[in-house]
Design a binder for this molecule. Structure first.
Ligand SMILES: [Zn+2]
Length: 58
């Protein structure tokens, strides 16, 4: 059984290539199949993968 945790904490998702801040996610975020462009740093496009509020690093 899953314990539901309320979203209490927001963190920056960092670009996997250059470490620039890209988007905010919370501690219960779920995300896949969403692509963003690193606009602050290297301009690379990468998939946002977050499971149980933890980013999955490529
Ligand atoms: Zn970057």
């Amino acid at each position: 059984m899953n314990i539901r945790i309320p979203p209490t904490e927001k963190k920056w998702l960092l670009c996997p290539y250059c470490g620039a801040k890209t988007v905010l996610y919370d501690n219960v975020a779920e995300c896949r199949g969403v692509y963003i462009k690193c606009t602050r740093g290297c301009k690379a496009t990468f998939e946002v993968k977050i499971k149980n509020g933890k980013p999955i690093v490529h």
